[in-house]
Design a protein. Structure first.
Length: 420
């Protein structure tokens, strides 16, 4: 397992399609995370979550981290990096041993986890997480601490998240080129869920929809762990592009129009509110600035949202997000900052919807307290929790057993979905 830096310092780095953000935090005496400094730069070298320009992304990483260092008054050497590009897959595998009614000892747990590690077969993908989520005793699921309990059968649910290898290696190379050591690369949905979902929500069942600039990640939590994941190649930047195209203006002004005047909901007053638009031709000495109604702007926004919500609804259906566990959706990411997005999504998806924001951090700047920075906060929480990862276990010999004998391992390795 990777450890936090000296003096408990943790540096999180979120490299997205629209921004690169960094956060330096430190564990307090009571275990709380205290934010010491943050930094942010525009992302120019990332497309749909993938590194497309190494030099531009490296420069943005270096500048964002340097800004956080200046505010924190310290220098850092290593970072915990988020990965949000497409190609992420999530799976849950089960491994079970016969115990014969003996009390569970640490050697039993170690052997079980070692067997779980050896069972992971990502079929060409790179494993980002392989974490024991819950243990089972004689079929009873949800056991967190089996040590010392009697059981005939001991099992474990292993949560595995994998991704295509090349994008992960490019991300790692980019960060190291900025003279930073990569402590770990964390899947964005895993981190984001820590920052904006309660333990009870993850237990009862909730869908987390990360509306990024270029990627929308739809993840399903149930039974306390991530059980399903889908990545959609669309995001808030598509709305900006639609505005720029519809009104012939530059993306920079289209982004401002979306943020200050855009909304997911329409009202009769929108026909009377006028918005100035500077066409690209006007900047070149051509036609003058024009006026559009707010209703026209919202019409463009809603047209794109209708398509995106349809794709999200289809993704939720593929993940079988239905029945009692299919009632709550949490929106986060920069796209969740659009006015009225929760109400619009609630009507479009037919489910209860709220906007998720980072919580539980001390001294977090107000500017970084919105849904666009949830992943960044989640990376810090992940680093602070330092969860057990089976990839860090040394492979054990096949002869490793309890002194009394573990018996023959039952072949109950199953995949929740056929991702592998």
């Amino acid at each position: 397992m990777a450890k936090a830096g000296p003096d408990g310092l943790i540096t999180a780095l979120d490299i997205g399609s629209s921004k690169v953000s960094a956060m330096i935090a430190q564990k307090g005496d009571g275990g709380e995370l205290i934010v010491l400094g943050t930094g942010q730069r525009e992302s120019r070298g990332v497309k749909r979550g993938y590194i497309a320009d190494m030099a531009a992304t490296e420069a943005a990483v270096r500048e964002a981290v340097e800004q956080a260092e200046r505010i924190a008054g310290t220098n850092i050497e290593d970072v915990w990096v988020g990965f949000s590009a497409g190609g992420l897959v999530s799976d849950v595998a089960e491994v079970e041993f016969e115990l014969g009614g003996h009390r569970v000892e640490q050697a039993d747990i170690d052997a079980l986890l070692s067997a779980g590690r050896n069972s992971i077969d990502p079929q060409g993908r790179m494993v980002l997480h392989a974490q024991p989520a819950l243990y089972t005793l004689d079929g009873l699921t949800g056991v967190k601490k089996p040590l010392g309990l009697h059981a005939d059968r001991l099992g474990v649910h292993i949560h595995v998240v994998a991704a295509d290898g090349s994008p992960v290696r490019n991300l790692d190379l980019c960060v190291r080129s900025a003279h930073l050591e990569v402590k770990s690369i964390i899947a964005s949905p895993v981190a984001t869920g820590l920052a904006c979902l309660s333990d009870e929500e993850r237990e009862l069942g909730v869908a987390l929809v990360e509306l990024g600039a270029g990627i929308t990640n739809v993840s399903l939590f149930a039974g306390g762990m991530l059980v399903g994941l889908a990545s959609l190649p669309m995001g808030a930047a598509d709305i900006t592009d639609d505005i720029a195209s519809a009104f012939g203006t530059r993306r920079q002004q289209a982004e401002r129009m979306k943020c200050f005047h855009g909304s997911a909901n329409a009202s009769p007053r929108d026909n009377h509110e006028m918005i100035p638009v500077t066409p690209i031709s006007a900047e070149d000495g051509g036609e003058d600035a024009v006026q559009i109604t707010k209703a026209q702007l919202i019409g463009v926004v809603r047209q794109r949202l209708e398509h995106q919500m349809s794709e999200i609804r289809n993704a939720l259906a593929r993940l079988k997000f239905e029945g009692p566990v299919g009632r709550q959706v949490v929106l986060t990411g920069g796209g969740a900052e659009l006015k009225g997005i929760a109400d619009y999504a609630q009507q479009a998806l037919g489910r209860s919807v709220r906007v998720g924001r980072p919580r539980g951090l001390v001294a977090l700047p107000e500017a970084h307290g919105g849904p666009a920075f949830t992943t960044l906060a989640g990376l810090a929480f992940f680093a602070a929790s330092d969860p057990l990862d089976l990839r860090g276990l040394a492979p054990q010999q096949q002869t490793v057993h309890r002194q009394r004998g573990m018996g023959v391992m039952r072949k109950l390795i199953q995949a929740a979905r056929a991702n592998y």
